[in-house]
Design a protein around this ligand. Structure first.
Ligand code: UD1
Length: 422
């Protein structure tokens, strides 16, 4: 594949940013919002609470303005939460702003149990009263009180949820053992623009001085490092020469260092990574870890590359207990992989042959797509709606650099035809 492919805004930064708009009665304008299904789900979620959500169209299609002036119903229904687990991000902001929140418990998903107990414990430490009934979390608090929270385990959305709640609490909060993901730092930047007083986001300890009120702001979402990483691997696998433009190379350091070990050549400028994948590739182990470690969200895509590397790659998944759903599908395409608990042992290089495969979750679908790009013949990937949750118009982007790919099933509306105010 040859040419330039542009990275969209980070879904995982856009979701908490949209939830943050619940913290103020003034409009919050977000730019570089990716057009993916999880954003549409969040729009429905916020609209159901009474927020006005204006999605851009035409040239402004990546902008959204949210005004949560009238929050008539501080609730997140099971109907929406089951479509997107990150819906639990509204718990903290709703509680801080409205003094109450009713949010459905998400339940497990394809990659693991994924409880939200740490969100709940943290909010209780800020003085919330929380009960669980009929599959819902009910939280109330007159006004949250600043406190000291130490996360037992590092959680990305848990850190974000608590960070948002703490902005409107009475007094100072100190959050320990926080997630250091760039998406957390991006959220803090938005919150500070809204008048919050946050220090230390992006480090393990975040200090928040609570304020009485937040105001509107305008903010540009950071580029999607997982989408960028997926395209870098696509370029490497296909022996291409591709520019991945509009990304933040600093957020890709660990991935790029690993790819160098594998034998992938890259060059970087301020916002572009050039990938030259002329191989041969050699096997190299990875262990997924919290940022700045190797991201779990790149594990499945890396595995597709590992099938094309000479030798044995041991892939250890540390974050989620069941994130190897792509393995059996890759094996159906000819990969030699054995699972031992949390480790997948990939022996390469094996030629891949096209097959009809089933996507099980967002990043697994990306892995199957990457494998299909180098497999002999025409592959069909079913349940492609998983990929639409987090990749914007992926088939068009890949077609633009030479992939032969077309969508034959359901298709998302390409662009909003007219402004929609809900
Ligand atoms: C976020 C990302 C997701 C990524 C993941 C790990 C978003 C919207 N999603 O998900 O793409 O794969 O980080 O980088 O940003 N846990 C608990 N109790 C809790 C919360 C988490 O036990 O209350 C566990 C989880 O089950 C998991 C681990 O902690 O094993 C990390 O999960 P977490 O960082 O919370 O993932 P998400 O924020 O859901």
């Amino acid at each position: 594949m040859l040419g330039t492919i542009r990275v969209s805004g980070a879904k995982n930064a856009a979701l908490p940013a949209m939830a943050a708009a619940l913290l103020t009665d003034e409009p919050v304008t977000l730019e570089n919002i990716p057009q993916v299904r999880d954003i549409e789900t969040t729009r429905k979620l916020l609209a159901a609470m009474g927020a006005e959500v204006e999605l851009g169209y035409g040239r402004a299609q990546h902008r959204t303005t949210i005004c949560a002036r009238n929050l008539t119903s501080p609730e997140a229904s099971y109907e929406l939460v089951k479509q997107m687990r990150a819906s639990s991000l509204v718990l903290g902001p709703l509680l801080a702003r409205c003094g109450r929140a009713r949010v459905s418990l998400p339940g497990g998903c394809a990659i693991g149990a994924r409880p939200i107990d740490l969100h709940i414990k943290g909010l209780e430490q800020l003085g919330a009263k929380i009960t669980q009934d009929h599959g819902y979390v009910e939280a109330t608090a007159d006004r949250l009180k600043g406190g000291e929270i130490s996360f037992e385990k590092i959680t990305v959305t848990g850190t974000e949820d608590l960070l948002m709640a703490a902005t409107l609490a009475d007094g100072e909060s100190v959050l320990h053992n926080c997630a250091r993901e760039p998406e957390v730092a991006d959220l803090a930047e938005l919150l500070n623009k809204m008048g919050a007083l946050i220090e230390g986001a992006g480090t393990p300890t975040i200090r928040v001085k609570g304020v009485g009120k937040l105001h509107g702001a305008k903010h540009r979402i950071i580029p999607d490092r997982i989408e960028a990483g997926t395209f870098i691997i696509a370029g490497a696998l296909t022996g291409g020469d591709m520019n991945i433009a509009g990304c933040e190379p600093a957020h890709l350091d660990v991935l790029i260092a690993k790819l160098h070990e594998v034998g992938v050549k890259t060059a970087q400028s301020a916002d572009t990574v050039r990938v030259m994948g002329d191989g041969p590739f050699k096997a190299s182990d990875i262990i997924t870890q919290e940022y700045p470690g190797f991201p779990t969200d790149m594990q499945a895509q890396y595995m597709a590359l590992a099938t094309q590397a000479e030798g044995t790659s041991v892939i250890t998944e540390n974050i989620f207990e069941n994130r190897f759903m792509h393995v059996s599908e890759l094996m159906r395409m000819g990969a030699n992989i054995r699972i031992e608990g949390r480790r997948a042992i990939v022996r390469g290089k094996t030629p891949l042959s096209a097959a009809a495969v089933l996507a099980s979750d967002l990043r697994a679908s990306a892995s199957l797509l990457l494998a299909a790009l180098v497999a002999e013949g025409e592959s069909i990937i079913d349940r492609v709606y998983h990929i639409d949750r987090g990749y914007e118009h992926i088939e068009e982007k890949l077609k633009g650099v030479g992939a032969q790919i077309r969508r034959i099933g359901e298709i998302l509306p390409k662009k909003a035809a007219a402004p929609s105010r809900v």
